[in-house]
Ligand binder design. Structure first.
Ligand code: EPU
Length: 420
């Protein structure tokens, strides 16, 4: 497995362009299963999760052609069951269920397992399918979903931690081909849901209210091919903004949609980071004095759980005490023990991390555990004195396009070391 060697302490300066959003492109690729016609998706990031989704669609019978940052997918004839092992490996693949159910009225997929950030159940997805008239059977690690016909319904998708992003995507994709009107209450409001809805509408779906907690879908008989450009990745943009702050540099971030980043930008400003809009780009630089801030992760438009680990690095470098409360996933603090290895003073109390910031970080060998934890470790390595070796970085390649190259172009001393 590849590692990253980082010689820290260099302020990052220059321009970076944000790639397409991983969490948009995965459900959008799955949505192409809803039509037999060809679809073209642009601003597709070069990520291992995206390639993986391509393989899953291939295994279902679709043709998938990548060319640069475009993918053309045609699901002319597909089968309702995917390869057990392929699907099990990537949590995001759960979003093929909705389109398979919508188009074929049945789907069989392996149950996605838990992962290091928590249990990751799919009960809300299944509740939504059942409300549309599907019968669910779980057997030998597979979930079978089947409906004679799908009928629009009023349904509530709120769970213990609020709405579900992929659950909303899944139910929306099944409902576009259901008979009648479906109203999803407590729908996820993430920009990735709006992006998916925009693609479905381009395919001929009738959807109102995406981006709000109530989504109304009027079923249509069939969908057609469409073209779509994926939104820029707000979490990648947040990660580069934090990179500017933790290294004391100045980065001009191109392509970031400020309107998708209010909670992160607000907290960065509160922490003393200078953020300026320059046309469609954002200029981010550390101010003269950093201040500790308390953060609670929440569903959109609250502070995103996917930027929690990165923000913790900034707080570890900021003199004073910050409390970071994780409200979306129950064990998303895997980065804490590794940050401690670098010299950070962080303790965990239930769902909160107490960060006693301002201690100097110094390089060490550390291990990446999940995607966003990996990004946080890279940020910490960039800020630490000496050399940091981040092992198991395949997680990073799942969700950050060419992150080492992008950081290098900003002046980072970072090398990818291939497994010998
Ligand atoms: N939940 C349930 N039941 C369900 C579904 C979810 O209880 O049926 C709970 C979860 O356990 C969690 C909460 O609801 O406590 C929110 O989970 P959600 O379903 O919204 O997460 P997801 O849709 O599986 C997506 C992103 C994650 C991101 C979360 C939250 C993709 C492919 N994944 O996951 O992204 O953290 O929304 O914003 O879109 C990442 O990119 O690193 C990542 C993990």
């Amino acid at each position: 497995m590849d590692s990253l060697l980082i010689k820290g302490g260099v302020p990052l300066n220059g321009d970076v362009t944000i790639s397409g959003a991983k969490n948009s492109v995965l459900p959008i690729m799955a949505a192409t299963l809803l039509t037999s016609e060809a679809c073209v998706i642009r601003r597709v990031p070069d990520l291992s999760d995206v390639k993986f989704m391509g393989q899953i669609l291939l295994s279902l019978g679709a043709s998938v052609q990548f060319e640069g940052d475009t993918v053309k997918i045609q699901a002319a004839k597909i089968k309702p069951f995917g390869d057990y092992d392929l699907i099990r490996k990537m949590r995001g693949s759960v979003c093929i269920m909705g389109p398979l159910l919508g188009r074929l009225k049945k789907a069989t997929v392996s149950l996605p397992g838990g992962c290091v950030i928590g249990a990751r159940p799919i009960d809300l997805h299944l509740k939504g399918f059942e409300a549309l008239g599907a019968k669910i059977k779980i057997e030998k690690g597979y979930v079978h979903v089947r409906a004679g016909k799908l009928l629009g319904a009023d349904l509530f998708l709120g769970g213990r931690s609020g709405p579900t992003v992929l659950g909303t995507a899944n139910v929306m994709m099944a409902a576009v081909l259901a008979e009648g009107v479906t109203i999803i209450e407590s729908a996820a409001c993430e920009p990735e849901i709006t992006d998916l809805a925009n693609f479905l509408v381009a395919m001929g779906a009738k959807i109102n209210g995406a981006g709000s907690p109530t989504i109304t879908i009027t079923g249509v008989r069939e969908l057609h091919g469409a073209e779509h450009e994926v939104i820029p990745d707000r979490i990648e943009a947040a990660t580069f903004a934090i990179a500017a702050a933790v290294t004391g540099g100045e980065i001009l971030i191109h392509g970031a949609r400020q309107e998708h980043m209010h909670a992160v930008l607000d907290k960065l400003r509160e922490a003393g980071v200078k953020i300026e809009r320059q046309g469609p780009s954002l200029k981010v630089k550390r101010g003269s004095r950093l201040r500790p801030v308390d953060i609670t992760t929440l569903p959109y438009s609250g502070f995103p759980t996917d930027a929690q680990a990165q923000m913790m690095v900034l707080m570890a470098l900021t003199p004073g005490i910050s409390i970071i409360c994780e409200r979306i996933f129950e064990s998303r603090f895997m980065h804490v023990s590794e940050l401690t290895r670098l010299g950070a003073d962080i303790s965990i109390e239930g769902p909160s991390a107490i960060v006693k910031g301002g201690k100097p970080l110094s390089g060490a060998q550390i291990m990446a555990s999940d995607l966003r934890a990996s990004a946080a470790l890279v940020l910490a390595g960039l800020a630490a004195k000496g050399t940091t070796e981040v092992n198991r970085i395949y997680h990073l390649d799942r969700g950050y396009e060419k992150i080492d190259m992008k950081l290098k172009s900003l002046g980072a001393r970072i090398e990818r070391v291939a497994e010998s």
